[in-house]
Design a protein around this ligand. Structure first.
Ligand code: OAA
Length: 166
């Protein structure tokens, strides 16, 4: 799929940037996975050091969506590892953005999805199943609603209220 260039989108949509209909995530994410550029409608998830709901969502058909996880920025465990990366690829998710950590970086880098996270951490998360799916989240300086669009490439990550044309 042709991907939109985030820098060009910023240059040609200054009005939407000014109004907040397009927001740029603060540049705090590391780049992982085979897809450096990816985009899609967003599924939001809010969890804290617990990835049961991450698996639950990734077990549903991705249909080109991007899972955006607000993990509270925790630096104490990983919310996504190699198995979940593989699951995301197999279920047709375009990508995963984690405000938190991932692990099994070499395995994730082999997966045919785009992954962004703050850092890697070797420890797994809790398995209690606590969190909220499809709820508004606040990460990297931006409020994100379920169903908005995400565009990521080597330059950064944009959130848009509506689909942008390439
Ligand atoms: O199951 C987990 O906690 C995450 C993980 O390591 C994987 O996805 O392989």
């Amino acid at each position: 799929m042709a991907s939109l260039a985030t820098a060009e989108a910023c240059d040609t949509n200054s009005g939407l940037l000014a109004s907040g209909d397009i927001r740029v995530l603060a540049p705090v994410f590391q780049i992982y996975g085979q897809c450096r550029a990816f985009s899609g409608p967003i599924a939001t998830l809010k969890v804290y050091e617990d990835n049961v709901l991450v698996r639950e969502l990734l077990e549903t058909r991705g249909e080109g969506r991007v899972l955006v996880i607000d993990g509270g920025g925790s630096m104490r465990c990983a919310l996504v590892g190699g198995n979940l990366g593989q699951l995301a690829q197999n279920m047709g998710w375009a990508g995963i953005v984690v405000n938190g950590c991932i692990r099994d970086v070499d395995e994730i880098n082999d997966c045919d999805v785009g992954v962004r996270a703050l850092a890697s951490h070797p420890q797994k998360s809790n398995k209690r199943g606590i969190g909220e799916k499809h709820t508004p989240i606040h990460i990297a300086g931006t409020v994100i609603h379920d169903g908005e669009w995400l565009y990521a490439d080597s330059d950064g990550i944009l959130i848009s209220k509506t689909e942008l044309s390439v």
